[in-house]
Design a protein around this ligand. Structure first.
Ligand SMILES: NC(=O)c1ccc[n+]([C@@H]2O[C@H](COP(=O)([O-])OP(=O)(O)OC[C@H]3O[C@@H](n4cnc5c(N)ncnc54)[C@H](O)[C@@H]3O)[C@@H](O)[C@H]2O)c1
Length: 482
């Protein structure tokens, strides 16, 4: 039975007199109560999660996993669940990292599973990992094994949480794709399970390992931008063509999230790096946010133009706004704009803007203004003019791994650096760069945005997944222990 927390009761979600007028294109009440999703596999969903509570006390016996260190592993024995578009890349890259043993692979789509096993044997000359996937729960049989340390999860969004929770409960460290979860309750489930089991649960936000993002992080640490005031993040990526995937593949499940949900549905690629620049959960924290969406036209137009009369895709009614704009306020007073648009025909962008009292980096295309050195609205550094700053502030992790990462590919090398760094930390007994609190705080933007959009942009409080520890935690060590 669905229960809202008291301050988010159905009545409290409505602005007085507004219940009849809200017009975001979603039947809000149906959505909140969790109407069954249209189409394949998407579990009944609602804005804040079943029985959602934005703040929770720590269950007795659990303890914080901030800075969690586990004993160094000589070999890291891994399993991967979901080897479609994303997971197949993880398998290939993990096979190229020293110290990784690929023990098992699970995918319940047989051709995909077989392709992945063959890839390990033929392209990477390794012993065939054990295959799992006779049904959607076969990953549990795999988790019964005692010879697996870490499970990498690259399945559809609706599978992440149960798989990560089951992995941790079986004693494995969980590495999940983005977003880690898309209800408030599920974010808490990840936090509580990590704290109960004292296992790592990392959402693999690869963009934090991009060359520009690492450079900016290093420049922040070197004081180049002064006090940080404002950030802008986005996932603007025309992915409409995924709708052509009907039986299997990304569009076969992701399309139904756009049908049922209206919010900032994929916030973490842009937001993760900005959160790291600003020491979110390590000195600052997200406080509250507001979110507004445009009308929804683009996906229906795409379906009408690309599918024959009578095709199921043409019958879908898309809830998601073509463009969502959300604004986060942090406890220290900073602001972060987060945009999401996976359907308008426009150039790719994550914005990646960071503005401080001494200067500003603005991405897509990269430009930088610095107080006293090429500043102001008329003058800035760009193109070759940025080279001296790369020479001076290139991040140590990129200096060490950049060339190898370029050779191994994966979004310009960021994927390889992330996986290499995870394995490095595990083999050296170091805390990971992103923990369960980060994954939860960055992911929870999606359900909070949905609640805000459904209520004419009303502000929504962030849960504090660290339960106050953000105030005393040291900043990220800048990943310099590489
Ligand atoms: N970080 C990035 O840059 C990035 C890029 C692309 C996708 N992703 C994320 O990766 C995840 C996967 O996306 P994708 O595009 O690869 O999707 P996909 O549909 O191509 O792959 C998902 C795979 O999971 C398998 N699967 C589904 N349910 C399963 C179950 N119960 N047991 C075993 N296997 C199961 C499917 O058969 C499929 O092969 C998503 O969370 C997505 O957001 C991240």
């Amino acid at each position: 039975m669905f229960r809202l927390p008291s301050y988010l009761s159905l009545d409290s979600l409505l602005i007085p007199g507004e219940s009849e007028r809200h017009n975001e294109g979603v039947k809000r009440r149906d959505f909140l109560i969790g109407a069954g999703a249209t189409g394949a596999g998407l579990a009944a969903s609602n804005v804040l999660g079943m029985g959602a509570s934005t703040q929770k006390s720590r269950p007795s016996g659990n303890k914080s996993v901030a800075g969690l260190k586990v004993p160094p592993m000589e070999k890291v024995r891994v399993a991967v669940i979901g080897v479609g578009a994303r997971g197949s890349g993880h398998v290939s890259q993990l096979c190229q990292i020293d110290g990784v043993e690929m023990v098992a692979i699970c995918d319940n789509h047989m051709p995909t599973l077989e392709r992945s096993i063959n890839n390990v044997v033929k392209n990477h000359h390794r012993t065939a990992p054990t295959a799992y996937g006779k049904d959607k729960d076969d990953y549990k049989r795999m988790l019964d094994r005692k010879d697996i340390d870490c499970v990498f999860i690259a399945t559809p969004w609706e599978e992440h949480v149960r798989m990560a929770v089951d992995a941790m409960n079986s004693g494995k460290h969980a590495f999940t794709e983005v977003p880690a979860a898309y209800t408030v309750d599920d974010c808490w489930k990840l936090v509580d399970t990590a704290e109960k089991t004292q296992r790592n649960c990392m959402m693999m936000e690869n963009v934090c390992y991009g060359r520009e993002e690492l450079l900016i992080l290093n420049m922040v640490r070197n004081g180049v931008f002064g006090d940080l005031i404002h950030g802008e993040a986005a996932y603007i990526h025309d992915l409409r063509s995924q709708m052509m995937e009907i039986e299997h593949g990304t569009g076969s499940w992701r399309t139904y999230h756009y049908v049922k949900r209206n919010g900032n549905l994929y916030p973490t690629h842009g937001l993760g790096p900005v959160a790291q620049y600003m020491d979110i959960n390590r000195g600052d924290a997200f406080d509250y946010m507001v979110s507004i969406g445009s009308q929804s036209e683009s996906r229906a137009l795409y379906a009408a133009a690309n599918f024959p009369e009578g095709h199921e895709r043409r019958t879908l009614k898309f809830a998601c706004a073509d463009m969502n704009t959300s604004i986060i306020k942090t406890k220290k007073g900073r602001t972060i704009m987060v945009q999401w648009d996976e359907q308008l025909p426009r150039p790719y962008s994550r914005l990646n803007l960071l503005s401080g009292t001494k200067g500003c980096w603005s991405g897509y295309p990269d430009r930088m203004a610095l107080e006293g050195k090429g500043l102001s609205a008329e003058e800035w550094h760009e193109g070759d003019g940025l080279k001296p700053f790369y020479d001076k502030h290139e991040h140590p992790l990129f200096k060490r791994m950049g060339e190898e990462a370029k050779r191994n590919g994966g979004h310009g090398g960021m994927d390889f650096i992330m996986l290499w760094r995870i394995i490095y930390c595990l083999r050296n007994g170091l805390p990971l760069d992103q923990d369960v609190y980060d994954g939860a705080a960055w992911s929870v933007v999606a359900p909070l945005s949905e609640a805000s959009v459904a209520n004419r942009g009303r502000s929504m409080d962030f849960p504090d997944f660290t339960r106050g520890e953000w105030k005393t935690r040291a900043p990220l060590d800048n990943m310099t222990n590489a």
